[in-house]
Write a protein that binds this ligand. Structure first.
Ligand code: AMP
Length: 226
């Protein structure tokens, strides 16, 4: 089954995507991570991407779609069959239409919309830390890294360069203008699930688990899907 994690920046998509990967053995495709990888490699493309991300704007569809295409072409068929979880994609209607084409036979089964208000998002983003070694996401105020939940050590924990107040404000505007309207596209397909993203991480995941488990059971019954 293929899942889209939807929500404003800082709503917890990355954290919940990691929880889903660990519990349901799906493969995560995070367009933000793919773009940051290009930046890390300091390619010409990476330099351009960095400028766009730090302005809080969206990177062009061509670039993002190409990165996804590359990941999918390198993925083993079995991994694709087990299911994909998209984090940060789609971010506009054209990308949503592209996603429908990519996932062709195994359509998107559900879009999980993490709903959180702007004030909470700002607090969360300002405390966000990302491990440059394992990719796990923590928050110095709400979900700090410790010896029990993170093995790489604190020296790998870094703040993202777009996690500052000015860029957050731009990213939120981009979300409202361009990304949020996609929800209607998924509402019409009746695959949209609203989740209160203000709750504690474990509680949000408990709700996500119920949705995914029941969808898996339904798919299994309806299509003898494994
Ligand atoms: P994220 O890690 O999902 O918060 O993404 C960080 C930044 O990468 C965003 O603010 C955008 O500038 C860019 N980005 C991520 N995903 C996409 C996408 N699907 N389309 C365009 N730009 C994206």
């Amino acid at each position: 089954m293929n899942i889209v994690l939807f929500g404003p920046p800082g709503s917890g998509k990355g954290t919940q995507a990691d929880n889903i990967v660990q519990n349901f053995n799906l493969f995560k495709i995070s367009t933000g991570d793919l773009l940051r990888e290009e930046i890390k490699n300091k390619t010409n493309l990476g330099i351009k991407i960095k400028e766009i991300i730090e302005k809080g704007l969206l990177v062009s569809d061509n670039i993002v779609n190409e990165l996804i295409k590359k990941v999918l072409s390198n993925l083993k068929k079995e991994s694709v069959k087990k299911g994909l979880i998209f984090d940060g994609y789609p971010r506009n209607l054209k990308q949503a239409e592209n996603l429908d084409k990519i996932t062709d036979v195994d359509k998107i089964s559900c879009v999980l919309n993490l709903k959180v208000e702007k004030e909470i998002i700002i607090k969360r983003i300002l405390g966000r830390q990302m491990c440059t070694n394992c990719g796990l996401i923590f928050n110095e105020y709400f979900n700090p890294a410790s010896k029990s939940n993170h093995k790489c050590g604190s020296s790998f924990l870094k703040k993202r360069s777009d996690d500052n107040e000015k860029t957050i404000a731009e990213r939120y505007e981009t979300y409202l203008d361009i990304t949020l309207p996609i929800l209607d596209f998924y509402k019409r397909q009746k695959i949209l699930y609203e989740i209160n993203g203000k709750e504690e991480i474990g509680e949000i995941f408990r709700k996500i688990r119920v949705i995914i488990t029941s969808l898996q059971a339904w798919l299994c019954k309806t299509y003898s899907y494994k």
